[in-house]
Design a protein around this ligand. Structure first.
Ligand SMILES: Cc1cc2nc3c(=O)[nH]c(=O)nc-3n(C[C@H](O)[C@H](O)[C@H](O)COP(=O)(O)OP(=O)(O)OC[C@H]3O[C@@H](n4cnc5c(N)ncnc54)[C@H](O)[C@@H]3O)c2cc1C
Ligand code: SF4
Length: 391
């Protein structure tokens, strides 16, 4: 498992990344993984935000006055949260301006400041620290080592980027955007050429496929396939040899020594990276070795606060959907073991089991693609389905 924390203009994007294969082997709710990451002090310190804290109301005040204060505070806090949240996303900001209540982004900002001032001065609201989540989402990312299409076309349909399963994901190298853009340009050139020649035979796809073969990313992907063990050994070179030995056995310990490394890499290239994947991308690499390393070399850290993690029901309720009455996903075999795992693995809790049969409620679907293998799976129609505010 890995994670990322991206800085955006006004917000942060935090995510947990894990292998689909490992979740299929040991199903665990995806949100428990992200929640664990959010609570990790290394992360929680970066994601802390300023939140209003309701004041203690003087018990001696008349009941009516106490109610007036409680209502005033609650109303101001609600308005502050609503404007603040909308203001963070470009579409939300646009909506606020379009409502006619605000002239521009500056006007929204000054309204927020004045509400904040009013909360403090009039009602004694203070500000504390907590985690505030604006949007929850999930997405299956195709790994080029596992699901790259050999020829990225079918008849006159050209597949680019993620659709062709062409992401480069090796350790810290997370590249899908550049691959998608490069493929898109190559596909556009192939179509322009076909238009010029008025030739829409198979040569369109073949020309595109050849062009994709020359892409620097395809060359990289092939090199990664070829050098997979070498990349792994390079990444593991600072791991103490006894840890490598205790987790992976004597053979890998020998491979990581300079004497046998060259021979091992040549041998691994003959076996092929696909046979190495299960050994290298395993629980040993992602869980046990880092745990041993942390126990031996790490130091304990603590967080200055405990982040409030929203419930799944709150997360889904906070998302924007254009509901479609027509289900875009159909379960093909409601008794299959695979579908039973989806009850745990769907990040939006769309699946449940009733009387031994798996059923889906598509309305909360976040369109992640996780369940596509054994279902009739489509994106929602047209403008329907989830509308992410932050991309
Ligand atoms: C959390 C996360 C972090 C990532 N980080 C990085 C990173 O740091 N660097 C990097 O290079 N890559 C990163 N990636 C990968 C990268 O985002 C993707 O590889 C890239 O966006 C793929 O581009 P694409 O054009 O192939 O597909 P997409 O970006 O998925 O575009 C497909 C588009 O088609 C639309 N669509 C789907 N169905 C229909 C339909 N029926 N009608 C009309 N439109 C439709 C979709 O809404 C979507 O907009 C990350 C991915 C994720 C999920
Ligand atoms: S129903 Fe399927 S595509 Fe939708 S969120 Fe759940 S797993 Fe993802």
């Amino acid at each position: 498992m890995g994670g990322f924390l991206y800085t955006n203009r006004d917000t942060l994007s935090v995510g947990a990344v894990y292998h689909f294969d490992s979740l299929i082997r040991n199903p665990i709710e995806p949100y428990t993984l992200i929640d664990t990451l959010l609570k990790n002090p290394m992360v929680s310190e970066f994601i802390k935000d300023k939140v209003p804290v309701k004041p203690d109301i003087d018990k001696n005040l008349p009941q009516e006055e106490k109610l007036r204060i409680r209502f005033g505070v609650a109303k101001l806090i609600k308005t502050w949260y609503e404007i603040r949240e909308a203001n963070f996303s470009p579409s939300g900001r646009e909506r606020l301006i379009e409502s006619g209540k605000y002239k521009d982004a500056e006007d929204i900002q000054s309204t927020l400041s004045s509400i904040q001032e009013k909360m403090s001065e009039k009602f004694g609201v203070t500000f504390g620290t907590d985690y505030l989540e604006d949007e929850y989402g999930a997405k299956l990312v195709p790994d080029g080592k596992r699901c790259r299409m050999k020829t990225p076309f079918f008849k006159n349909i050209l597949f680019v980027g993620d659709a062709a399963g062409r992401g480069v994901f090796v350790g810290p190298r997370i590249e899908g955007l550049n691959v998608g853009i490069d493929d898109g340009v190559r596909a556009a050139n192939a179509v322009a050429r076909a238009l010029d020649k008025n030739d829409f035979s198979n040569s369109l796809g073949e020309f595109y496929s050849k062009s994709v073969e020359q892409s620097p990313y395809t060359i990289d992907m092939k090199q990664i396939d070829k050098d997979y063990l070498k990349i792994f050994l390079d990444a593991a070179k600072d791991v103490p040899k006894d840890i490598i030995g205790s987790r992976y056995g004597t053979v890998l310990k020998m491979m990581s020594s300079s004497t046998f490394r060259g021979i091992a890499v040549k041998f691994a290239n003959i076996i092929g990276y696909d046979k190495l994947l299960p050994m290298i991308e395993s629980e040993e690499t992602y869980v046990k070795v880092p745990t041993l390393l942390a126990e031996r070399l790490g130091k304990s850290i603590s967080s200055s606060y405990s982040p409030t993690i929203p419930s799944m029901a709150d997360r889904i309720a906070n998302l924007n959907y254009n509901d479609d009455s027509l289900a875009h996903i159909k379960v093909l075999n409601s008794n299959s073991e695979y579908m039973k795992k989806m009850v745990i693995l769907c990040p939006a809790k769309c699946y449940s089991e009733e009387g031994g049969k798996v059923i889906i409620q598509h309305e909360g679907c976040v369109d992640c693609g996780t369940c596509s293998q054994e279902t009739e799976w489509r994106h929602p129609r047209g403008e329907k389905g989830i509308h992410y505010q932050y991309g």
